[in-house]
Unconditional design. Structure first.
Length: 242
């Protein structure tokens, strides 16, 4: 509102901007005519509605950016942010209930050492505490040829036979999809000859929405991570932190 395009700098400097933050990190003093009030640090704005712990829970569920904009009156520049190690959660096999399994493939064209990794991620989705919990069950990543990528996808499909497979069309995904269908048909023919169970052909090539940025996708994961609804299977190595 107080833009230099609309007001002179001296006019802007004469105004004091008061932000009624849901939770204040520093002591704040409010003074209007003969009224003054000192708000101690970490005092909820409306404690009868949300106490400090409830506000912290909301921050974790919403993510820092949304919480800061809506409750702290402090819009933040859009960024992926950090996944704090304190909220990292591993799930053991006995903790898993019934879940649906999905294999996601992010391909790449270049084989240079500096190229992006190909990534194959197996995700289980289960009902947990009346919400969906996402558990990363397996991960394959590296710079491989298409043949190696197909071999890893077939390995994942053998390990998780009920999983539907989704391949992102960009980065050579369309070509990979066609080659995978050929390789899968050959694999299933050999399995048939050896009286083995064939692999499911539920492979879908999709085009991701360009309306959603990578930053937005990362931000969308963070509230699930912060509240334990995005976790890693305990057999996977824990991510390294700086």
């Amino acid at each position: 509102m107080l833009s230099e395009r609309e007001f002179e700098p001296a006019q802007i400097a004469s105004w004091k901007v008061i932000k009624l933050k849901a939770l204040n990190a520093q002591e704040e003093n409010y003074s209007i005519k003969d009224f003054s009030y000192t708000r101690a640090p970490n005092t909820p704005l409306f404690q009868a509605r949300h106490n400090a712990q409830q506000l912290e829970d909301m921050r974790l569920q919403m993510g820092n950016d949304e919480f800061s904009a809506q409750y702290q009156q402090e819009p933040l520049a859009s960024s992926g942010g950090y996944f704090e190690p304190a909220y990292f959660k591993q799930i053991f096999k006995h903790e898993l209930g019934q879940f649906n399994t999905f294999i996601f493939v992010d391909n790449a064209l270049s084989l240079k050492e500096s190229a992006d990794n190909r990534a194959i991620v197996v995700v289980g989705v289960e009902n947990y505490q009346e919400n969906a919990r996402y558990v990363v069950l397996d991960v394959y990543c590296g710079v491989w040829s298409e043949e190696q990528t197909i071999n890893y996808i077939l390995q994942a499909k053998q390990s998780y036979p009920e999983a539907k497979t989704y391949i992102e069309s960009e980065g050579g995904g369309l070509v990979l999809h066609r080659l995978l269908l050929v390789a899968l048909a050959q694999h299933n023919q050999r399995a048939k000859e050896q009286y083995k169970q064939p692999l499911a052909e539920n492979i879908i090539c999709y085009t991701p929405s360009r309306k959603v940025s990578k930053i937005s996708k990362i931000k969308a994961i963070r509230p699930f991570y912060n509240t334990g609804f995005f976790a890693l299977f305990a057999c996977l190595p824990k991510p390294q932190t700086a």
